[in-house]
Design a protein around this ligand. Structure first.
Ligand code: PA5
Length: 440
């Protein structure tokens, strides 16, 4: 369960203005729920959690059990953007900061075209018992396709063609795309990404859940969290946190606060921020509009970005993800010599200092002219992550409609792809290649 605390917004906007934006967000909610807005053929995520049955989850667990029986210890999960960030966010948030996790080791690939990254990944899997999950909705994205060609060839050479087919799972379209054809031809186990769910809204489909299950985490609990969020965020009510969040961020945007910084005080949430940036950036940044989504991890970044946030250009607002219960307890010891003068903290939990830093920062940033939305999250576990994922998706759909854009397309992503295909010599792009080379 999460709760929005808007006390840090009050110095910047009165109740009348907030109510005005609540009405806009309620209208955005109606557009979303009525299925009448732009991009309404991509609403498959909206009522997804309630439809996820035990059979669906058992389908992912069958892969886990099959690979456990084969003693697979390492899984290369290939995908980019929405086909990677959800699983990465969840696994990073749930894992020990230093030690290996309880399930298979997940190595992400295909999320860049870095040769060093790919070569080093191959170094790591050399002595491992490896399997691969390749995820691409379109089945044609270059980055994952390149990584998959390399990993597939490696697995086939090491284990033989027949065995390789048991070690590769594809997550892709039901019937279209190169990956679908390849999976059918090679007899890979496949899971479908439904047509009406865009990549950045797909964490609660096999795109996210399969890798999370392979890493050893409880996907049943994650789905239960998302199901509860679906109920709470489905209420047409002023208490609905998704409506509140959509209202607040649009209120600040219209008042000239063009950048939203998602703030956390727990490095576990680093990739939750990356996932959130993609969700909001790709959903809202279009038609010359949109809040620029940025993120910081504090207190680390108070020593790098803190100066700018406190005193730089006044176009920022912050959304603080506040985890109310951490997982472990660690107290600061008493030291009889007190040479570091730290005995005033002796006996306190480290998290008490972290909370103190958060409260101090929120107040300093309010004084510095940076509005503060706070989202209280009970703890970082599967249930609450499922809640948070769904909440942010719902708020994003509503917020996009308040902003007046189609929150479910991403036409701008194609521009670089065309240029890249042309420069890399893909057949059919010769004319563009000549133009671009002329500009170099
Ligand atoms: O959110 C999106 O739609 C994108 O980020 C896609 O997920 C990303 O481009 C990868 O696409 P695909 O799954 O088709 O390979």
């Amino acid at each position: 369960m999460i709760k929005i605390d808007k006390s840090g917004c009050k110095p910047f906007a009165d109740e009348k203005r907030f109510n005005e934006y609540m009405n806009k967000a309620l209208a955005g909610f109606d557009t979303l729920e009525g299925g009448k807005g732009a991009g309404n053929d991509f609403l498959g995520w909206n009522h997804l959690p309630g439809t996820i049955t035990q059979d669906v989850l058992d389908g992912y667990k069958e892969v886990v059990e099959r690979w456990q029986a084969m003693n697979i210890d390492t899984v290369v999960v290939i995908g980019i953007g929405g086909s990677y960030l959800g699983a990465k966010a969840a696994i990073h948030a749930l894992s020990h900061n230093f030690l290996p996790g309880k399930g298979m080791q997940i190595l992400f690939a295909g999320n860049s075209l870095s040769e060093d990254y790919m070569a080093e990944l191959m170094d790591v899997i050399e002595n491992k018992n490896t399997a691969c999950v390749v995820i691409s909705k379109s089945g044609t994205t270059t980055e994952p396709a390149v990584a998959f060609r390399i990993v597939k060839q490696y697995i086939e050479q090491k284990y033989g063609l027949k065995e390789a087919a048991k070690r590769i799972v594809a997550v892709t379209d039901r019937s279209r795309g190169a990956l679908k054809s390849l999976a059918t031809a090679q007899g890979y186990t496949s899971f479908v990404i439904e047509d009406n769910i865009g990549g950045r809204y797909s964490v609660l489909t096999p795109v996210g859940l399969l890798a999370i299950a392979l890493a050893g985490y409880d996907i049943d609990a994650m789905v239960r969290g998302a199901q509860e969020a679906e109920k709470v965020c489905g209420e047409r009510s002023e208490d609905n946190p998704a409506i509140q969040y959509a209202a607040l961020r649009n209120m600040f945007y219209d008042a000239g606060y063009k950048t939203e910084i998602l703030v956390n005080y727990n490095p576990r949430l680093l990739y939750v921020s990356e996932w959130w940036k993609q969700l909001y950036g790709e959903s809202e940044g279009k038609d010359g509009k949109g809040i620029f989504p940025a993120s910081v991890t504090n207190t680390t970044d108070l020593h790098s970005m803190g100066q700018y946030i406190q005193e730089g250009e006044r176009t920022l607002f912050e959304t603080v993800l506040h985890i109310t219960n951490c997982r472990r307890e660690m107290r600061i010891p008493f030291d009889k010599d007190n040479l570091d003068s730290l005995n005033y903290l002796a006996g306190k939990r480290v998290e008490e200092c972290n909370e103190g830093a958060m409260k101090a920062t929120i107040m300093a940033h309010i004084d510095g002219g940076v509005p503060q939305i706070k989202i209280d999250v009970e703890r970082v576990d599967e249930f609450n992550l499922g809640w948070l994922f769904y909440f942010f998706e719902k708020a994003c759909g509503i917020s996009g409609y308040v902003l007046g854009v189609n929150p479910f397309n991403q036409p701008g992503v194609e521009a670089y792809k065309k240029n890249m295909f042309a420069l890399l010599g893909k057949p059919g792009y010769e004319e563009l290649a000549a133009q671009l080379k002329g500009r170099m």
